[in-house]
Design a protein around this ligand. Structure first.
Ligand SMILES: Nc1ncnc2c1ncn2[C@@H]1O[C@H](COP(=O)(O)OP(=O)(O)OP(=O)(O)O)[C@@H](O)[C@H]1O
Ligand SMILES: [Mg+2]
Length: 335
């Protein structure tokens, strides 16, 4: 992490776009915020937009804003994220999820430094620095025709790759200690050290959900621990099935779409026979989401489907009244 932060500090003061890549939960947004904080734009706003969180039509007006009456429901003029980020930094998160039509508009906004509000008559000048984050291999998306090559090169002036936690095991214990201290403080609990067994379990675990998973695991551990130390029994890492599925799977950045580890042993399959595809799919999706503590990005990655596809499924489930795990609010923990 220190190596990454060194590069962050190097590029922060430039105006260049930065493409931040890394698996879900590795700290991409954290790094984006630091780039902004260390830049000459630090006094300006930092605005983040998750491109996967909204359907195309809404994403466009979210990015570029709209004039009053641009579409039914546009009762007043509204500034988009580009204008909200004026003289500051705009983080386009999950940029790989943006559709090709919007990519063209984004490219124009970056190149011309002006945007068109929906329903607007004149372009509006904008002064923003663009940071983009992705957990996909964007070059592979370019090759597959899903991402514009010209936009890729615009965004990828500087590239920062956040390695998964399992590739920087030296970070594991220091991070675990930081989180344990933080959650002890938040919950008014005593600060307990890890037992030797607990520490070595943390060290050997593969952390498929990276730092976010660690953060959640440490929150649970702090709440579960009693006695003088945080022992192994307080540490509840991912279910063995999912963990195994993760350990044999190459990182999402270079995983061919057709090659996926199956979490089911053959006796697992036997237990599924007699159930419909729809049912099994639903249970798998909801179970994975709950396992990922409501983190949709992570759940989609584990499931090997797009965030968009996951979101549509969850909408269907909610519509028929099924409980869907939501991500916990982190606001209280200083984010
Ligand atoms: N080096 C670090 N030190 C302290 N906290 C960290 C570190 N890296 C990540 N975190 C924390 O881990 C969590 C996940 O980080 P972040 O949201 O930046 O990841 P991300 O790569 O954007 O994930 P996603 O792809 O799922 O959006 C956040 O709560 C963040 O504060
Ligand atoms: Mg993020």
């Amino acid at each position: 992490m220190i190596a990454v932060l060194g590069r962050v500090d190097q590029v922060a003061r430039a105006e260049a776009s930065v493409l931040i890549s890394g698996e879900s939960g590795t700290g991409k947004e954290l790094v984006a915020r630091r780039i902004h904080a260390k830049s000459r734009r630090a006094a300006g706003p930092f605005v983040a937009l998750n491109c996967a969180a909204l359907p195309e039509s809404l994403l466009e007006s979210e990015l570029f804003g709209h004039e009053k009456g641009a579409f039914s429901g546009a009762v007043a003029q509204r500034k988009g994220k580009f204008e909200q980020a004026a003289h500051g930094t705009l983080l386009l998160d999950e940029i790989g999820e943006m559709d090709l039509r919007l990519q063209a508009k984004l490219l124009r906004a970056i190149q011309e430094r002006e945007i068109d509000r929906l329903g607007g008559k004149h372009p509006v000048r904008v002064d923003v620095r663009i940071l983009a984050a992705t957990n996909r291999d964007l070059m592979a998306e370019v090759r597959a025709g899903r991402f514009r090559e010209d936009l890729y090169f615009r965004l990828d002036v500087v590239r920062l790759r956040l390695p998964p936690l399992r590739e920087r095991r030296g970070d594991i214990l220091p991070l675990a200690q930081v989180f344990a201290a933080r959650f002890a403080g938040v919950n008014g609990l005593p600060l307990r050290p890890f037992s030797a067994q607990a520490a070595s379990a943390l060290q050997v675990y593969n952390w498929p959900g990276n730092v976010r998973e660690m953060e959640n695991a440490m929150h649970r551990a702090v709440l579960m621990a009693d006695g003088p130390e945080i022992g192994l029994d307080a540490i509840d890492l991912a279910s063995p099935d999912l963990a195994r599925g993760q350990t044999v799977r190459p990182s999402s950045e270079n995983r061919p779409a057709t090659q996926k580890a199956t979490p089911f042993a053959s006796d697992g399959i036997a237990a599924l026979v007699g159930r419909s595809m729809e049912e099994v799919e639903r249970d798998l999706i909801l179970g994975t989401l709950a396992h990922c503590l409501g983190n949709r990005t992570r759940a989609a990655e584990v499931l090997g489907i797009s965030i968009r596809a996951l979101r549509n499924k969850l909408q269907d489930y909610r519509a028929i009244g099924l409980p869907v795990t939501a991500a916990p609010g982190y606001a209280a923990m200083g984010q």
